[in-house]
Write a protein that binds this ligand. Structure first.
Ligand SMILES: Nc1ncnc2c1ncn2[C@@H]1O[C@H](COP(=O)(O)OP(=O)(O)OP(=O)(O)O)[C@@H](O)[C@H]1O
Length: 327
């Protein structure tokens, strides 16, 4: 069942050209030239309740524009979007009761007042009943470890502390869908893990459907059941992380340790990444040679002591896809 159904969405922006040079700049004051940026071109997908979907793509691909359309901030030029039966940009008031949105680069909290004051304002905006507000707030304070920071003005918080408060703010009204635009951007390793853990928990325990954009492939590996890959405004891949690996991740790395041998290894279909007389690292293209065959060839050339095989990191696979699609 599609909780979110996006069909044929396109969105373009008219952007003023900024000529360089003083003469052209003065001329442009009287005669502006415009160019059209096709931010989204015929995007379609559907998301079921309880999914965590990673929305990825290079800079400028159209990720934030999609999130803005889905959260009702932007109106597309063409296409339809039905989320829980609402059209986000037409049914804004009832619709926003059902969604939470976090833009990692922007704050929805009031900068100069304590976090708690922002929460109370949101309580009033969303008309959250007092008992429900108390319960949700207690849960969020516990799970996001907010006790010691809730009475601090936002501008005094670290980025990681602020992000935890932003996520709490987006969930105060218990939405069933959460849009996260770069939720871990700029966070240290510990805060990233805390945020990921929390996202996983609300998805599992509360059944919240999560759509997150990120450049951090560790976020994707830790969280997403499914990836939507967008490039230059078009959807290029829709499937599982596993599917991405089997479709695009055809390389494996073999690290071999062996009794000293003077001759560098030579295996067709494998590239020698590094070599010493007792240790070599090879990159194997499994489309050219099966792993079993590569190991057989290896053991025929040296006396093996230890072998480890690593799959291609998801980050590398994505870089390879960006190259393949010329993004
Ligand atoms: N308000 C706007 N006015 C003009 N152009 C815009 C506007 N918003 C987005 N764009 C353009 O639309 C394209 C898609 O932008 P978008 O912000 O959706 O990309 P993104 O995938 O989120 O990128 P990033 O990873 O850098 O955040 C870009 O070329 C961007 O310059």
């Amino acid at each position: 069942m599609g909780l979110i159904r996006v069909q044929g969405i396109s969105k373009s922006f008219l952007v003023a050209k900024r000529p360089s040079g003083i003469r052209h700049a003065v001329k442009s004051l009287f005669h502006r030239e415009y160019t059209t940026v096709e931010a989204l071109q015929d995007i379609s997908f559907s998301i079921a309740p309880g999914e965590i979907v990673g929305y990825i793509g290079p800079n400028g691909a159209g990720k934030s524009t999609t999130i803005k359309v889905m959260s009702g901030i932007l109106v597309p030029d063409r296409g339809t979007c039905s989320i829980m039966g609402y059209t986000p940009w037409l049914d804004r008031v009832p619709y926003v009761q059902n969604i939470g949105v976090v833009f990692g680069q922007r704050s929805q909290l009031w900068w100069d007042v304590p976090v708690m004051d922002s929460f109370e304002l949101l309580r009033d905006i969303y008309k959250i009943p007092p008992a429900a507000y108390r319960d949700t707030l207690t849960l969020l304070i516990d799970t996001l470890d907010l006790k010691d920071i809730i009475h601090t003005p936002v501008r005094q918080l670290s980025l990681g502390q602020r992000m935890r408060c932003e996520i709490a703010a987006s969930l105060l009204h218990s939405p069933s869908i959460l849009f996260l635009d770069e939720p871990t951007i700029g966070l240290d390793a510990v805060s990233k893990i805390a945020v990921r853990h929390f996202i996983k928990t609300i998805n599992k325990e509360k059944g919240v459907t999560v759509i997150l954009t990120t450049h951090d492939m560790n976020d994707i590996e830790a969280l997403a059941d499914r990836i939507l890959l967008i490039g230059k405004g078009s959807l290029l891949y829709d499937g599982s992380v596993q599917g991405l690996r089997s479709q695009f991740g055809t390389r494996r790395t073999i690290t071999a340790e062996y009794r000293e041998n003077a001759h560098p290894l030579q295996i067709p279909g494998a590239t020698l990444l590094s070599w010493t007389p007792d240790r070599a690292i090879l990159s194997v293209d499994t489309e050219q040679i099966m792993m079993s065959e590569a190991i057989t060839q290896l053991s025929s050339q040296v006396e093996l002591l230890d072998v480890t095989i690593d799959t291609q990191p998801i980050e590398d696979i994505i870089v390879q896809m960006y190259k393949e699609y010329q993004l």
